[in-house]
Design a protein around this ligand. Structure first.
Ligand code: 5AD
Length: 345
């Protein structure tokens, strides 16, 4: 294997290197390392998208509050419990509850109630990950005490200037606030997940190398990162479909797979998800990410009636709920917690 030094320049050079043989070796080496560290099994998290209502206005995201064409829905308690029951019966081991961002007390106390109810139907055995945006310390603590043990919130990009170009300039969309939430999650005791989008406009390989080092320095437990997919109903998406240039779909796929592989080499014992957005660019995108070192898959368990409504990016509504996992061994009925987390606490 070519030596990759875990520095900005070493990682940038690896991301910029498009030599076929280099890329093939990098991905396969990371896959082998995954087998030796976290093991060859892939763990499942049933992904339940409980609401597409969002108070944020991120320039890239299809469910941003100013997108008047987005369809808005909220699942009922019954729908959420029955989807959780389905995941439990199927042996998924854990679920991930995701939603557009809301911070009102109706929403936050409903989540606490639901977390307890889901724990009840599974005798405490179904693991619960939350992915509900930026919340106050007290809310996060309340959810942790209700029984959620993992939380996902992407940093989107570790470059504050790039972050500022992707979000409105106001207190609701602050890079520092996002960082503070990551710190709060860590101090409360959650297993903390984060991640970035890959192939954004104005994003360089150096930025992506910085993202890898950011995840390493934060000592993150879990990562989900995937290609940026322009959404025509968003300001950034419109610009990308006209004037702004971004890497081609093929380049974004290849960059995403290399990011997974390099992160596995940098952080051998964390959990890395093979993300859904990869599948938009390649029907075998998630399998390829697994071969390159990912060990988590999040099959969609949202009821069919709302699938199209959680429309973060173009092409998502047409996806099947789970990838063909073929030969891949699955860790049924297990939480598949991050080994990195276990060794830290
Ligand atoms: N392309 C790819 N990923 C996106 N997300 C939102 N919009 C897009 C898009 N257009 C991702 C963000 C967010 C997660 C829920 O979805 O990274 O954190």
């Amino acid at each position: 294997m070519y030596k990759i030094s875990p520095t900005i320049s070493g990682l940038t050079a690896a991301l910029e290197n498009n030599d076929r043989e280099f890329c093939r070796k990098l991905l396969s080496e990371a896959g082998t390392l995954r087998d030796r560290t976290v093991g060859g099994k892939v763990y499942l998290r049933g992904l339940l998208e409980i609401s597409s209502i969002c108070r944020k206005d991120c320039f890239y995201c299809g469910i941003r509050c100013s997108n008047g064409n987005a369809s808005r829905y909220t699942l009922s308690d019954e729908e959420i419990i029955s989807a959780s029951q389905f995941a439990f019966k199927e042996g998924y081991g854990s679920i991930c509850i995701q939603s557009g961002e809301r911070c009102d007390s109706d929403f936050t106390s409903r989540i606490s109630r639901l977390v307890r109810a889901i724990k009840d139907i599974s005798d405490g055995s179904l693991g619960i990950t939350l992915s509900l945006g930026e919340q106050s310390y007290d809310t996060l603590l309340e959810w942790f005490e209700a029984g959620a043990h993992r939380y996902l919130i992407r940093i989107e990009t570790s470059n504050p200037d790039l972050y500022a170009r992707l979000h409105p300039q106001d207190a609701l969309h602050s890079f520092d606030r996002r960082l503070n939430v990551l710190q709060d999650l860590r101090s409360i005791g959650f297993q903390v997940g984060s991640g970035v989008m890959i192939g954004l406009p104005f994003q360089s390989c150096r930025d992506l190398a910085g993202d890898l080092l950011f995840l390493k320095e934060f000592d993150i437990d879990m990562v989900g990162m995937g290609p940026y997919i322009p959404h025509p109903g968003t300001p950034l998406g419109k610009e990308c479909l006209s004037a702004l240039s971004i890497p081609t779909a093929e380049e974004r796929l290849s960059l995403s797979l290399k990011m997974v592989a390099l992160l596995r080499l940098l952080m051998p014992d964390i959990n890395i998800a093979a993300t859904t957005a990869l599948e938009v660019l390649d029907p075998r995108g998630r399998e390829k990410a697994i071969a390159a070192g990912a060990n988590i898959v999040m099959p969609n368990i949202s009821p069919a009636r709302v699938r199209a409504g959680y429309d973060l990016y173009e092409g998502k509504r047409n996806l099947t709920e789970s990838p063909a996992l073929g030969e891949i061994e699955i860790g049924y009925n297990q939480w598949g917690d991050s080994l990195r987390f276990k060794s830290r606490v």
